[in-house]
Design a binder for this molecule. Structure first.
Ligand code: 13P
Ligand code: ZN
Length: 269
């Protein structure tokens, strides 16, 4: 079967990276059934032939208007599709969409009419925010890490930056490689525009946000970097939980040691 990826090695590479990360999410145990979703902005890989491709779906509404996305293209996981299937067959479990000129609707253009993720409003709102703020980030990943989600069931961890400081203090890597910390978004209905709007507000301050009692959302230069930040935070959560299960409260690195890292690595916060 003909694919939009044929003779487009750059675009094919981007989709292969999504598939690779989808496999990691499944292996990590973060992607039960259809849990989680990934989108990437592929507009820079779109040529005139793609621009001329006829829609293979009806016009579908995003649910919100996103002015910076006019004419943009995204590869999106399909709703109800499994990460473990996206890993093996990305073009059967995801699709490429084009945002229409009204910035409020889209069409699917390739390869199959796979309806995008139910969290599309959140994903596209994040991409819209990123473009609007001049960011070069192209990827958004949402997943359900067991350890991090469990921590959101404790109200004490939901206060601003409590979890960020705790996770940063577990290992130097987390302070260095997730330098903007973890934002907290109070529970909101999955797939709602309310959740999308709350997510975007937090992105001004954080690259990774926690959807209370649901999952995390990360943005990054590419899908690997977005995954790495979640993975690093999850490693810290594992260290905390392992110490607790051994019967003690972990010491954590002191504020002074974390400040030393901030200076040494020239970190933003
Ligand atoms: P989708 O299958 O629609 O992507 O939904 C999965 C999910 O994690 C919703 O929050
Ligand atoms: Zn989810």
């Amino acid at each position: 079967m003909k694919s939009i990826l044929d003779n487009r090695p750059e675009l094919a590479r981007q989709v292969a990276n999504v598939a690779e990360v989808a496999g990691y999410l499944w292996q990590k145990g973060w992607a039960e059934r259809n849990g989680g979703n990934i989108t990437i902005n592929v507009t820079e890989f779109v040529d005139d032939e793609i621009k001329g491709m006829e829609p293979i779906s009806d016009i579908m509404q995003i649910g919100t208007t996103l002015p910076h996305l006019k004419g943009c293209y995204f590869f999106c996981k399909g709703t109800n599709k499994r990460m473990r299937d996206l890993a093996r067959w990305p073009m059967e479990n995801g699709s490429v969409i084009r945002i229409n000129d009204d910035c409020a609707s889209y069409v699917i253009i390739a390869d199959n009419p796979v309806k995008p993720t139910s969290e599309l409003a959140s994903h596209l709102s994040m991409h819209n925010y990123l473009i609007g703020s001049g960011s070069t980030y192209k990827a958004a990943v949402h997943t359900h890490p067991i350890d991090l989600v469990a921590m959101t069931h404790n109200p004490a961890f939901l206060k601003k930056d409590v979890l960020t400081k705790l996770l940063w203090s577990m290992i130097p890597e987390t302070r260095a490689f997730c330098p903007r910390g973890l934002g907290i978004i109070p529970y909101a209905l999955p797939s709602s525009v309310e959740l999308a709007e709350a997510t975007v507000k937090e992105l001004a301050e954080y690259d990774v946000v926690m959807w209370e009692k649901h999952g995390v959302c990360a943005v990054g230069e590419n899908v690997m970097e977005a995954f790495d930040m979640i993975d690093t935070l999850s490693k810290s959560a594992q260290i905390y939980l392992t110490a607790k299960s051994m019967g003690f409260e972990p010491d954590g690195m002191s504020e002074a040691l974390m400040e030393e890292l901030k200076v040494a690595f020239n970190l933003p916060k």
